[in-house]
Design a protein around this ligand. Sequence first.
Ligand code: GAR
Length: 192
Amino acid sequence: MSKIAIFASGSGSNFQALIDAAADKQLKTEIVLLVCDKPEAKAVERAEQSGIPTFVFSPKNYETKEAFEEEIVQNLREKEVDFVILAGYMRLIGSTLLKAYEGKIVNIHPSLLPAFPGKDAVGQALAAGVKVSGVTIHYVDEGMDTGPIIAQEAVTVTEEDTHESLQAKIQAVEHRLYPKTINKILTTKCYS
Ligand code: GAR
């Protein structure tokens, strides 16, 4: 069975959805590591509760991105990670990680890319007044939320939607679409 590492910076609700899907055997992979750049993130608690090993670091303790990414790669190799899943990891992936896991890093983003890349995609969609937003899952390259698109699903935006309600609708889609899409990628081995 393939082994994956999840990268998260915040609440980790997508991480939790992946833990649950793996426990249910809907997601046929083993989550062997959480990588987190925020020691206080709830994602770290979730890993501990599920017995998933963590590599938690503070970027400010390193001189360069290359330095902390080298340590991340070392941790990934030690755990024999095949595939890297970004789930709310709010940091651009640098060349050290991209080279080590070329074509094997996937991200989820709360909009229909290429619309609304970067931070607060939900707020950007509301400010633009769009009637449809959604979720994108894509391979990661050196850009900000760029890279080949793997899956997308639309979410309707209504007049009544607030930031909170739209985020909740989008996250409900994320929690269903991410495990399903990762499973497809891993079982068809189209990444290798
Ligand atoms: C998710 O909605 C994810 O799509 C987004 O961060 C949220 C993390 O939530 N990612 C990005 O905006 C990446 N550019 P979570 O920590 O509850 O899974």
